[in-house]
Design a protein around this ligand. Structure first.
Ligand SMILES: [Fe+2]
Length: 164
């Protein structure tokens, strides 16, 4: 499960935000026409979902943890496990796009795409924390990922690299 809150610059939850997410399957394979990686498709997994935040800005979804996959522009470069997010904030015309990574993954720090982010704090804002309190025994692990739309503590957005 991935869960968290969509927050504004004052740390207030943003209700009614549309949160969309897409990802590779557990083997690192996307269900996409242009996908070239040889890992198998999972017939039970589409790789895309959407939800809307509640009154406090909370969202949650159940998924499989995506696998890493090779980044074809490098000889031996890999993308760390990640989930793509698109957020339509309440009352904003702009669509915000980012990627979430998983705490403790050593692939994060050697990823050529992550390395293009000069600010370590900005990278850390993209890493979801393993939450053993929200983890359900024998069922699922929980990762917590808060998305801050604006302000000094805002999440790094791919389509807004100059700042939020
Ligand atoms: Fe990806």
């Amino acid at each position: 499960m991935v869960y968290g809150r969509v927050l504004d610059e004052r740390g207030r939850g943003v209700p009614g935000a549309l949160v969309e997410f897409w990802q590779a399957n557990a083997g690192g394979r996307y269900r996409h026409k242009k996908e070239t990686y040889l890992a198998p498709l999972d017939p039970n997994f589409g790789g895309f979902g959407r939800t809307i935040t509640d009154e406090e800005g909370n969202y949650a979804f159940r998924t499989v943890k995506p696998g890493p996959y090779p980044w074809p522009n490098g000889v031996n470069d890999w993308r760390p496990a990640h989930i793509h997010f698109s957020v339509f904030g309440h009352g904003f015309s702009q669509r915000l796009i980012t990627q979430m990574y998983f705490e403790g993954d050593p692939m994060i720090w050697i990823c050529p795409i992550v390395k293009t982010i000069p600010d370590e704090q900005a990278i850390r804002s993209l890493i979801a924390a393993l939450d053993m309190n929200a983890t359900i025994p024998h069922d699922l692990r929980a990762y917590k990922f808060d998305i801050v739309l604006r302000g000094r503590r805002s999440t790094l957005f791919e389509n807004r690299p100059e700042g939020n």
